[in-house]
Design a protein around this ligand. Structure first.
Ligand SMILES: Nc1ncnc2c1ncn2[C@@H]1O[C@H](COP(=O)(O)OP(=O)(O)OP(=O)(O)O)[C@@H](O)[C@H]1O
Ligand SMILES: [Mg+2]
Length: 325
């Protein structure tokens, strides 16, 4: 049996927008996620990095079942989420918890921290007494004093709120945590504390994490593997250090060059930064989506969308530069 905890295969998500007036009106598909496949093994931390609008959150929402994909399948712990009944689906959903970016929007401002932490447990049928005990337990796990259980969100700092969001996610005893920009709203020292906490919890509970961030420092710090997204597609995917130190795809090379301090090998060397504008998700060009920004562009790049191919063990990239070899 496979050890895959999350397996997404050929996922597409098109949002339809209307263009034009009256009789010229037409619907255009915006390909927010375009044929993405990704596997996260049990106990692994996979980071998804990519610039704003590349489809990271859309992918997370599909895995969470908050929106339905246009095409493709999501398999969680061996179960195809498209092929199970409503009750089984509800049960499976308990295995996946989520923490979003904005600490304030993670919690309802009108209810106390304790009620916030207990709410998902109560929905899943945990008796009140047990839920109260677990709320205290998870507060301890995220290193917050139980006295904050009586507080309201506006009485707490961003770092405390994000710890509480983690505590609430943990309370339902998930197997998978999806962390969408979990520390982006925090200042750098608090960011480090929350990341270390997340790493400790992952180890203690043997959790599987999918971490989404546009912050390369965060992704490098936490991830075992990294998937790089650009305009709805995964352009590179591989072991974290390898992707950082030997990026292959021109987009990843450009991303890494934008943070030379992090990457000792690039320090002092002049790597061209990515120029040009980000392409469009509506653009129906058949070729690679990076053509307008890539310095290696050839005729093939304009015509054929490159497939992800393995260039070394577990390291894949979708670029014609490597197809020719
Ligand atoms: N409900 C929706 N309706 C229409 N378009 C949407 C919807 N949700 C997302 N999109 C579009 O899909 C694209 C991908 O959005 P998404 O939020 O997944 O990006 P992201 O990579 O998470 O970006 P960020 O780093 O800014 O959070 C964007 O162009 C966005 O405008
Ligand atoms: Mg997002």
């Amino acid at each position: 049996m496979s050890d895959a905890m999350i397996q997404i295969t050929n996922i597409k998500k098109h949002f339809y927008i209307t263009e034009g007036f009256l009789f010229n009106k037409r619907k255009i598909a915006m390909k927010a996620v375009d044929d993405v496949s990704l596997t996260v093994q049990k106990g692994e931390i996979v980071g998804i990095v990519g610039e704003s609008g590349s489809g990271k959150t859309t992918l997370a929402r599909i895995i969470l079942g908050l929106i339905k994909q246009t095409d493709g399948s999501v398999t969680i712990n061996g179960t195809d989420m498209n092929r199970i009944g409503r009750n089984a689906l509800k049960k499976m959903r308990r295995d996946i918890a989520v923490v979003f970016q904005d600490p304030a929007s993670n919690l309802n401002p009108r209810i106390t921290v304790e009620e916030s932490i207990m709410r998902p447990m109560r929905i899943y049928g945990v008796p009140l007494k047990e839920a109260k005990i677990r709320a205290r337990e998870v507060m301890e796990k995220v290193k917050l004093d139980a006295c904050y259980l009586e507080s309201y969100p506006h009485q707490l700092s961003g770092g405390q709120l994000q710890r509480i969001a983690v505590a609430r996610a943990l309370a339902v005893r998930p197997k998978i945590m999806i962390l969408d920009e979990p520390t982006s709203a925090l200042d750098i020292s608090v960011q480090a504390q929350v990341l270390n906490l997340l790493l400790d919890l992952q180890e203690e509970y043997g959790l599987t994490y999918l971490v989404i961030s546009h912050d390369l420092n965060v992704i490098r710090y936490v991830s075992d593997k990294i998937a790089v997204m650009y305009l709805g597609k995964i352009v590179e995917n591989g072991p974290a250090e390898e992707v950082f130190l030997q990026p292959k795809h021109p987009y990843t090379v450009g991303l890494m060059a934008a943070v030379p301090i992090m990457n000792p090998r690039l320090r002092g060397t002049k790597v061209p930064l990515l120029g040009g504008e980000t392409g469009s998700l509506i653009d129906a060009t058949p070729g690679c989506r990076l053509v307008s920004r890539c310095i290696h562009v050839t005729e093939a790049c304009r015509k054929i969308s490159p497939e992800l191919i393995e260039i070394s063990k577990g390291h894949l990239t979708a670029c014609h530069l490597y197809n020719e070899k």
